[in-house]
Design a protein around this ligand. Structure first.
Ligand code: ADP
Ligand code: MG
Length: 239
């Protein structure tokens, strides 16, 4: 069964008289348990695609189905709940609340869902992500890598069946990139569906089951991670 399906998604941004066709007729389908990577250079439309697939932005045309529900039929309240319970988001800018501590940030989705956070679980997740020492710190007192891990921890707290990530390796030291990709791989092995957009094609395609290549708003190629890594065009343009 497809956990997520997008059909013919298009999106144009208009700023004054300037138009940017950020996405042109993009279609993607992701099955339960899949690890899908979308690779593309800066400005190719990755974040736009991810926001639309993750239900936080609407396409101009085309449809997104999650578990066979056409999400355009949901009202804002059900959409917000849908998001919190079905999808764990890790945004490019982390979207942490600056005046909350790491602990408060990580339990936020649980509180919003009217549940009680399990302190032991928070500690366990923070230890796995090597940010156990940051519990009482504000995001501004944490490094970029620690903030990225915290954003990941927050996404994991609600045990989503699907995790959606916008360039988790961006701005991180190589050692942290390795660590974050290891964690992603462990989540995938535990059965979580993963959707990752990345400029770092090598890192993403070497662990993804399936990859899509996005160029100026269009999906130009797709295939297994191994196929794409071996393709001369991909090698030339991305590796
Ligand atoms: P990526 O994540 O691959 O870098 P984006 O999805 O952020 O790409 O952007 C795709 C294109 O759309 C770029 O040309 C970008 O400048 C433009 N764009 C993105 N967001 C906006 C916006 N809010 N308003 C106008 N143009 C935008
Ligand atoms: Mg982006």
């Amino acid at each position: 069964m497809d956990i997520l399906r997008a059909e013919g998604i298009s999106k144009t941004y208009r700023t004054g008289s300037v138009e940017v066709k950020a996405l042109k007729q993009c279609s993607i389908n992701i099955q339960k348990g899949d690890f899908t990577a979308v690779i593309g250079k800066s400005g190719s439309g990755k974040s736009t695609l991810l926001r639309i697939l993750g239900t936080i932005d609407k396409p101009d045309s085309g449809k997104v189905y999650i578990d066979d529900t056409d999400i355009s039929t949901l009202n804002n309240k059900s959409l917000a709940r849908f998001r919190r319970t079905k999808i764990g988001f890790i945004y490019q800018d982390y979207s942490l609340v600056p005046e909350y501590t790491a602990y408060e940030n990580i339990i936020l989705p649980i509180i919003l869902d009217g549940k009680k956070p399990d302190r032991d679980e928070v500690s366990r997740i923070m230890d796995i992500l090597s940010i156990g020492h940051c519990l009482r710190k504000l995001p501004s007192q944490m490094s970029g890598g620690e903030q990225q891990m915290l954003a990941m921890g927050r996404a994991l707290m609600s045990h989503p069946r699907m995790i959606v990530m916008d360039e988790p390796s961006m701005g991180l030291a190589p050692i942290l990139v390795e660590q974050i990709f290891k964690i992603i791989q462990t989540l995938h092995e535990a059965g979580t569906t993963i959707l990752l957009v990345e400029q770092n094609a090598q890192a993403a395609l070497s662990i993804a089951d399936r990859g899509y290549v996005l160029e100026t708003g269009k999906i130009v190629t797709s295939g297994t991670g191994t196929e794409l890594l071996a393709s001369p065009e991909i090698k030339k343009a991305y590796l």
